[in-house]
Design a protein around this ligand. Structure first.
Ligand code: SF4
Length: 427
């Protein structure tokens, strides 16, 4: 692949930045199982290459990108068909595949005095016996030599000392709320979605749980004395997936019940009915990310599948909870219109149609630094290697495709839901 790519770079007279684009296209082809050699050779065979000028080379690169995307789309369509035929390996959580096991447990010395530490270790049974004591989670989390691997990951119980409540990121939908903040009671997620920005943001796959939740509440009480707060508590993890260990959502729910000027968003791909053991509150929104079944199977392998998430939403609605549905990130998979359209049609049924509080969508976007890390780690991931467009430090599908995807989803949602309940990221 290298030799033919070098030749194409030379014969297209590419600048450094365009050469990077070409190499990325080829990495994407390789991840999709297509040999870039065959695609490049077609350009030589039909006389498109070599060219004499940079300008002509730029035009060929554009055509090459389009040809490569079409080739990869065909390959992905076959892979998706295979994935759909092979069926889910259902576990008791109805996931597409099993989550990685805990390979080792580390506990900060300071965390030992918190009751939650004891509760978590007890819940883990024999796995929780004889944890390794550490001074600071940072010594482990940022130490790559002990990196979690494909089959196991470390669990670290720690005390969060700073940045308990942080300002919401510009990459996230604020649903029209000012005073938009988020809290990280845990870092990393057992669901391991292939496109998840956490894989690029953190240097480690270790699952960190902060046991000092009362400190978060104390900080929030100070903030709430000054102004209302819209707080997302499940961004850097899927808190609902950890509820059986931590009971965090239940605690947050109780805190929200006492603080009317706090609105909580709990985002999740979980299908755990225990969420609905809490009291339904007007100021707690349970936000479920939905994806077409094929995305669940290909890229969200350890998360509950589409039907399990829908059943969980249904139960929450029937019990009177405020439920939001998020199509975020929208991925440009083959036949994405049909795939997303069919999920939206499912939401056109009751109780979703009259029960959902609101809905949102947003196309895939990620900071360039995170994606670079992910591309190095996941060479064979098509979602990481896709030749996204770079603008102002972020990678995305580019304005044209992003707008088209968001507009499509919004229009289809409008078949069933009033426009003022539909939020589009960056609209
Ligand atoms: S469920 Fe969310 S937080 Fe968890 S891996 Fe998937 S995208 Fe990341």
């Amino acid at each position: 692949m290298e030799a033919i790519t070098d030749k194409a770079v030379y014969d297209m007279h590419l600048s450094v930045s365009m050469e990077i684009q070409l190499r990325q296209i080829n990495d994407y082809l390789a991840a999709a199982g297509v040999d870039p050699y065959a695609v490049i050779m077609r350009f030589y065979e039909d006389g498109s290459l070599p060219v004499r000028s940079k300008e002509a080379g730029k035009a060929v690169l554009k055509n090459y990108r389009a040809a490569a995307l079409a080739e990869a789309e065909n390959a992905l369509r076959s892979a998706a068909a295979f994935c759909a035929d092979s069926g889910n390996t259902l576990t008791d959580h109805n996931t597409a595949g099993p989550a990685r096991k805990i390979s080792r447990i580390c506990v900060e010395k300071d965390a030992l005095k918190y009751p939650l530490t004891g509760r978590i270790l007890e819940k883990l049974g024999s796995e929780g016996e004889d944890p390794q004591e550490i001074e600071s989670y940072k010594d482990v989390f940022y130490n790559k030599s002990g990196y979690s691997n494909e089959t196991g990951r470390r669990l670290i119980l720690a005390v969060r000392r700073d940045k308990l409540i942080m300002e919401g990121s510009g990459f996230c939908q604020d649903f029209g709320n000012s005073n938009f903040y988020y809290a990280s009671c845990a870092m990393n997620c057992i669901y391991d979605c292939e496109y998840c920005y956490l894989k690029g943001m953190y240097p480690s796959d270790d699952l960190v749980i902060f046991v000092n939740i009362e400190d978060y509440f104390e900080k929030l009480r100070e903030m709430l004395a000054g102004h209302p707060v819209y707080l997302c508590i499940s961004y850097d993890t899927d808190l609902a997936a950890l509820e059986y260990l931590t009971g965090f959502i239940s605690k947050w729910n109780s805190f929200a019940a006492e603080n009317n000027n706090l609105t909580l968003e709990v985002r999740s791909k979980s299908a755990a009915g225990r969420l609905w053991d809490n009291a339904p509150l007007e100021n707690v929104i349970y936000a479920f990310t939905l994806s077409p079944d094929i995305i669940c199977r290909m890229y969200e392998k350890a998360a509950p599948g589409l039907s399990a998430r829908l059943s969980c939403i249904k139960e929450g609605l029937e019990k009177g909870f405020r439920v939001r549905v998020c199509f975020d990130p929208l991925l440009a998979i083959p036949d994405w219109e049909e795939e997303y359209g069919s999920v939206i049609d499912m939401l056109g049924e009751e109780p979703y149609r009259s029960g959902l509080y609101d809905l949102s969508c947003g196309t895939f976007r990620i900071s360039s630094a995170y994606l670079k890390n992910m591309r190095k780690r996941f060479r064979s991931s098509t979602v990481c290697q896709y030749p996204y467009e770079l603008k102002e430090g972020a990678y995305s599908y580019g304005e044209e495709l992003s707008r088209r995807m968001s507009a499509f989803v919004k229009e289809r949602l409008k078949d069933y839901f009033p426009e003022d309940r539909i939020y589009v990221w960056n609209e």
